[in-house]
Design a protein around this ligand. Structure first.
Ligand code: SF4
Ligand code: SF4
Length: 405
């Protein structure tokens, strides 16, 4: 038996063995918790559990978006409190996010947590909204995946995503689907997924059509104008057995103006009221925020005050771009405006200039990109002055790294 064949068989046995144990017993591990999330926190009330589509992953409705966390003790505390799914990506913190997790997870048995990572291959053609060089896609996806696995120091991930695309074409790209399925066959991921920050209904439906994706990870919050359309697509995903994970539930973080506002916990409750959403991945960065989110994981009841704030907040000014894509054809230079608005939100809503800079570097937009237009031809459905925001946020590309937060 060749080394590769032996390893594949071993991995398949390990993965299938794990799955069977979960299905049969709800998993047992006598550490700080188990994958069911039933742990010492039970005295505070049961965590609400949901299954992720047709996978064997049954998890609390609150998971951890690790992307902004750089304190391993926060991840450890999250696992101690019953969180079981950790979400990271190849690009987060320039790779340090996966490295931090890799160091921490050495102390945990592999069946104590679920982990997902996300990769966007090179060769994305913004004008076509698709990847155009199949060979490059396959090579770069695999190279990035290998790097991610090395950083994480594990044999397999639970869900491997195509990261941050927003079109049917990219979701169904032949080379992407081939390389992801190859990795799954090798036993290096148990499930496949696709993530998007915009155009969610189209991406969800495209994912269902492929029959390849097990999971979709999408922006979902009370501020989205098209949230009803997204909810319809969630229903279709549920019928097809595709699991749904929500992100961006807090809808852009801090408001542009002061005053009473919807808290992150209330926003999370709103999103998780939709039972087709298996879990959310709030990106908490403090122990207090973790505690607040764990309270939501046990009780989704909205108080009358929370309901009132939610209904008022729908008309408030916000940093959150709906991702409706209506602006794309209007820009003379075909700029990726929703992504640029996301960078703006990271900067002013989340106060995370490093993350915004990483995104801007990925988009490769120069600070003077809007300078050649005497007037802006874009009319945003949310009324954003997009050119002003782009001019403002792209200046970050010239700020030395040490000044970024
Ligand atoms: S000003 Fe900027 S956003 Fe507006 S059309 Fe020109 S390049 Fe596009
Ligand atoms: S039109 Fe406005 S809300 Fe819609 S994607 Fe463009 S910037 Fe975002």
């Amino acid at each position: 038996m060749g080394e590769k064949t032996g390893r594949r068989k071993f991995l398949r046995r390990t993965v299938l063995g794990t799955a069977a144990t979960v299905a049969a017993t709800g998993m047992t591990w006598a550490g700080t918790g188990d994958r069911t999330g039933k742990d010492k926190e039970d005295k505070k009330g049961k965590l609400i559990m949901r299954r992720l589509g047709k996978t064997d992953i049954v998890i609390p409705i609150v998971s951890m978006g690790v992307m902004r966390a750089d304190n391993p003790n926060l991840v450890k505390a999250a696992l101690d409190k019953g969180i079981r799914l950790l979400d990271t990506a190849y690009v987060y913190q320039g790779g340090r996010n996966e490295e931090m997790l890799g160091k921490l997870l050495k102390d945990y048995p592999r069946n104590a947590y679920y982990i997902e990572t996300k990769i966007k291959p090179d060769g994305y053609n913004k004008k076509k909204g698709d990847f155009t060089d199949g060979a490059l896609v396959k090579r770069s996806y695999r190279e990035k995946f290998n790097t991610s696995m090395k950083r994480l120091g594990i044999e397999y991930v639970d869900v491997l995503f195509l990261h941050a695309i927003n079109s049917r074409a990219a979701t169904q790209n032949k080379a992407v689907l081939e390389v992801m399925q190859e990795i799954k066959k090798e036993g290096r991921t148990r499930y496949l997924g696709v993530s998007t920050h915009s155009n969610e209904p189209e991406v969800i439906r495209a994912a269902i059509e492929t029959g390849v994706y097990d999971v979709v990870l999408v922006a979902y919050n009370y501020r989205q104008n098209h949230k009803d359309e997204i909810a319809k697509a969630f229903e279709e995903a549920a019928k097809a057995g595709v699991g749904v994970i929500a992100m961006k539930t807090m809808a852009g973080g801090k408001k542009p103006k002061e005053g009473p506002s919807v808290s992150a916990a209330t926003a999370l409750k709103w999103a998780m009221q939709n039972e087709h959403v298996a879990t959310a991945i709030p990106g908490f960065t403090s122990f207090d925020q973790l505690d607040e989110d764990m309270t939501v994981a046990r009780d989704l009841t909205l108080s009358s005050e929370e309901k009132q704030l939610l209904s008022l907040a729908r008309h408030e000014e916000t940093f959150y771009c709906d991702g409706c894509m209506q602006c794309l054809d209007q820009c003379r230079h075909e700029l990726p405006i929703p992504d640029l608005m996301r960078a703006y939100m990271y900067t002013y809503g989340y106060r995370e200039t490093k993350k915004a800079r990483d995104l801007l570097d990925e988009l490769a937009v120069t600070p003077d990109i809007c300078a050649s237009c005497a007037d802006c031809t874009v009319s945003c459905t949310k009324g954003f002055a997009v050119a002003d925001k782009i001019r403002d946020v792209t200046r970050l590309r010239e700020v030395p790294e040490e000044f970024l937060t």
